[in-house]
Write a protein that binds this ligand. Structure first.
Ligand code: AMP
Length: 468
């Protein structure tokens, strides 16, 4: 997963990109970068770490220009290495190009092998570089034409923001797996070349709220939007059925965002309510696993008519558990991150709500923690169906073998996590909560095993150079 941001025609473009990345920090914490564009010359600040660690006043001052693109990274393809930090930049015959990508290309390995056979040299092991290499090989006379030639060869998930020349371009794959939204900074920002408006593109609307921008609309699946001094122009790739990632609503997006016209907060409340109807429990109190389970737990408590309490307290100064690449740290992370409020839980029958179970290790530790705090019963309720398959489109899920629900029944999982009972939301309940009215507009492959686009692996070993 990753977060992308782009801005066109603002005197403080880099500063707003920096703020936008702060709002998108939950989408990736491994590295952050902003590339500004000053009349076609690109300036870059990119580094491993949180947005707050990467930028300071001095660095932001090194990013002039009225255009900028930004990225926060959470490795799903390629290693967690400095050379993979985005936005990637290259020099080619139509100038310098910067690209920021959210999503996973399912045919990146194949394309890369073809390109290497033709003589391409790759600088990174990120799937995003394939886009740039395909652009460089296209014979058209303009970089946006080159981009089009590249996009028609890609399969899988991409929400892209790019800049080169004096343009900002936003593109979303034809299934629309990942979000990408167009906004406008409030007020006029007149410029003789770029026009009156300052346009922004971001993975989530919460980035707009911070910089005082308003949402204009979602970039459509398959849309390639070019923004320059002449205004906004859209072109379309060949249409495909829409398959927006339902896990964005379950877990990944911030609850104050609105994605494809669905408010994440409302969707999560509804997931909790539906879960209470589908999986009731005789209990005294409903508590969430913070922060991921909070909104669904409120929905559950309302529907069940039970009190909602913050029975687990999160230490906000520890990063998200999944970000740590080493297993040992993740296991340790649960204790670092959460603690139970014994006064609330002692002698109570507790319903604890979380958004998902992936490996089961988090839930197991949480159940233990709640029991140790004195709860008499612990009923785990999950506001999504069992995760039975890995994501090929950009969510960082482990291999099938590590997914507890892929090899174990609900009863077995309940035993493993040592819960008195375990209940998941049904796939139909989940789709209803995100406003799905029967047509399949969502990808829920991780729950159903129905993958809209097959993964095309070549078995290649990507990493041959390790940087430290
Ligand atoms: P696990 O111990 O593997 O079952 O972890 C489940 C927890 O991880 C839940 O609290 C989820 O909120 C969270 N989670 C689910 N998917 C992801 C993901 N792709 N990245 C980070 N955290 C996740």
């Amino acid at each position: 997963m990753c977060g992308v941001f782009g801005i066109f025609n603002h005197p403080e473009a880099a500063n707003l990109a920096y703020l936008g990345l702060h709002a998108l920090q939950h989408r990736g914490q491994e590295s952050a970068g902003v590339v500004s564009n000053e009349r076609g010359t690109l300036h870059a600040v990119r580094q491993m770490g949180y947005v707050a660690d990467v930028f300071d006043q001095g660095r932001l001052a090194q990013l002039p220009g009225r255009l900028a693109v930004g990225h926060v990274r959470y490795t799903t393809a390629g290693g967690s290495l400095p050379k993979n930090i985005q936005p990637l930049t290259v020099e080619y015959r139509h100038g310098s190009v910067a690209i920021a990508h959210n999503g996973n290309l399912v045919n990146a390995d194949q394309l890369r092998e073809e390109l290497e056979a033709e003589g391409s040299i790759f600088h990174t092991n990120s799937d995003t570089e394939v886009v740039l290499q395909l652009m460089a090989r296209s014979a058209d006379h303009d970089w946006v034409e080159n981009l089009f030639a590249a996009l028609v060869r890609l399969r899988g998930a991409y929400s892209l923001v790019m800049t080169a020349g004096e343009r900002l371009v936003a593109a979303r794959d034809p299934h629309g797996f990942r979000p990408l939204i167009l906004g406008r900074v409030k007020g006029d920002h007149p410029h003789p070349h770029y026009g009156k408006h300052a346009w922004v593109v971001a993975s989530e609307t919460c980035a707009f709220d911070l910089i005082d921008a308003e949402k204009v609309r979602d970039i459509e699946p398959g849309e390639v939007l070019v923004i320059d001094g002449e205004g906004l122009r859209s072109s379309r790739l060949k249409p495909q059925p829409k398959r927006f990632c339902v896990f964005e609503h379950v877990y990944f997006a911030r609850p104050d965002s609105v994605l494809d016209d669905v408010a994440v907060y409302e969707a999560r409340v509804e997931m909790g309510r539906a879960l209470a109807r589908e999986q009731p429990a005789a209990a005294d109190v409903v508590i969430p696993v913070p922060d991921s389970g909070v909104v669904a737990a409120m929905g559950y408590a309302k529907e069940a008519g039970l009190p909602f309490e913050m029975g687990l307290i999160r230490n906000h100064y520890v990063g998200r558990t999944f970000i740590e690449p080493k297993d040992s740290i993740r296991h340790f992370g649960v204790k670092l991150k959460l603690n139970a409020v014994a006064q609330l839980l002692r002698g109570k029958r507790v319903v604890v709500v979380d958004d998902s179970i992936v490996r089961g290790t988090t839930s197991r530790k949480i159940v233990k923690m709640i029991r140790a705090a004195g709860a008499s019963e612990v009923h785990v309720r999950i506001s999504s169906p069992p995760v039975t398959g890995p994501c090929h489109y950009g969510i960082d899920t482990p291999t099938r073998a590590e997914l507890i629900a892929s090899g174990h029944s609900v009863e077995e999982t309940a035993r493993f996590i040592e819960a008195d009972s375990l209940g998941y939301l049904s796939p139909a309940g989940l789709l209803a909560a995100v406003g799905e009215d029967g047509e399949e507009n969502f990808c829920s492959a991780c729950f159903t095993g129905r993958y809209p686009v097959a993964l095309q692996t070549t078995g290649r070993r990507q990493l041959r150079l390790i940087e430290v």
